[in-house]
Design a protein around this ligand. Structure first.
Ligand code: SAM
Length: 306
């Protein structure tokens, strides 16, 4: 059973499954269900045996009446709970990568470096059930940990992790002309670009993630000789604070809709029952002062056809 499979949502939790235990949006952790085991947290003791047979998404209770939710381990949640051995890609960047690399079921994708496997997990789901992701990292221990985690998340049939210096040696020649897309998250990606051009099928697409604009400039310079449609994106997330406010109607003569009641400057005497009733609740949104900052630049390019 592949726990990242969408069918997971339609079945019940079994002994040995990976679940994401959700306390709050900022407090989740992955746990492998073991019928002999217990989870202890500030809400009390939860027996795993009581989770077995319940659908993913269930609310389960502790001996003290506290509760957590048991969620299916999607790639989205995995990215939020995985152990960080390196910097990782987050969902805003990951979504753009998968869309602009045109990854669909059946694709053959090459990736380097593997890092903590955050992107790889989403790549694997995108190529399932018959495609494959070959991911390379020159750090032996990181490759081993990533391999173990793909076993845990049920993705090992879709992902192969290899140890290789991609900047120094390029991708293995067995993939020449076979890759639908290639993704690089390397410190000097321009060194790997000649190899990427050899690996891609005609019309194949590559993407390189770099935190610094100087790295992007150098990558783009190298891309020019064999690639076309070179485009760099930076994704900046902007969260909004949402709140409900009482709005007056029909008093402001403005084209932009009713104003919030405080701007109508009602005196206390004016706030009669009648005027209260003419105010209606509305949802207001304003950008959060604390916006998420820069992660990196994503440069996409398509292999030029001759
Ligand atoms: N994208 C990954 C994720 O979402 O989890 C994170 C990648 S991490 C920032 C960069 C990785 O590249 C590191 O694990 C590092 O060991 C690997 N790396 C650096 N130079 C390399 C090279 N020449 N060949 C292969 N891997 C390399």
């Amino acid at each position: 059973v592949n726990p990242m499979d969408k069918n997971t949502f339609h079945r019940c939790i079994r002994d040995g499954d990976l679940v994401i235990v959700y306390e709050r949006h900022d407090n989740m952790k992955p746990i492998k269900v073991n019928k002999e085991s217990e989870l202890q947290n500030r809400f009390g003791v939860f027996k795993h045996a009581e989770w077995i047979g319940k659908p993913f998404g269930s609310k389960v209770f502790s001996n003290r009446g506290g509760f957590v939710y048991l969620l299916a381990p999607t790639p989205e949640l995995w990215t939020l709970v995985l152990s960080h051995r390196t910097q990782i890609l987050y969902l805003a960047d990951i979504s753009l990568v998968i869309m602009y690399l045109e990854i669909v079921p059946g694709c053959l994708v090459l990736e380097s470096g593997t890092g903590s496997g955050s992107l790889t997990t989403s790549l694997a789901r995108a190529v399932a059930p018959v495609g494959h992701v070959y991911t390379f990292d020159f750090h032996e221990q990181r490759a081993t940990s990533a391999r173990e985690e793909f076993e845990l998340t049920g993705l090992s049939s879709l992902v192969t992790v290899n140890v290789r210096d991609i900047q120094g040696e390029g991708f293995p020649s067995e993939f020449c002309g076979r890759a639908d897309s290639v993704f690089l998250d390397l410190p000097q990606p321009w060194l790997a670009i000649p190899s990427v051009a050899n690996m891609l099928k005609q019309d194949g697409v590559m993407c390189s993630f770099s935190p610094c604009i100087e790295q992007v400039q150098r990558t783009c310079e190298t891309l020019k000789s064999k690639f076309t449609d070179i485009r760099t994106f930076e994704i900046l997330l902007r969260a909004y604070e949402i709140r409900e406010a009482r709005m007056g109607s029909g008093h402001n003569n403005g084209a932009s809709g009713p104003l919030p009641c405080k701007r109508r400057q009602l005196s206390p005497g004016e706030a009669t029952k009648e005027s209260q009733e003419s105010l209606h609740p509305s949802v207001m949104a304003k950008p959060c002062s604390e916006a998420k900052g820069h992660t990196g630049y994503l440069t996409f390019a398509r292999l030029r056809c001759y």
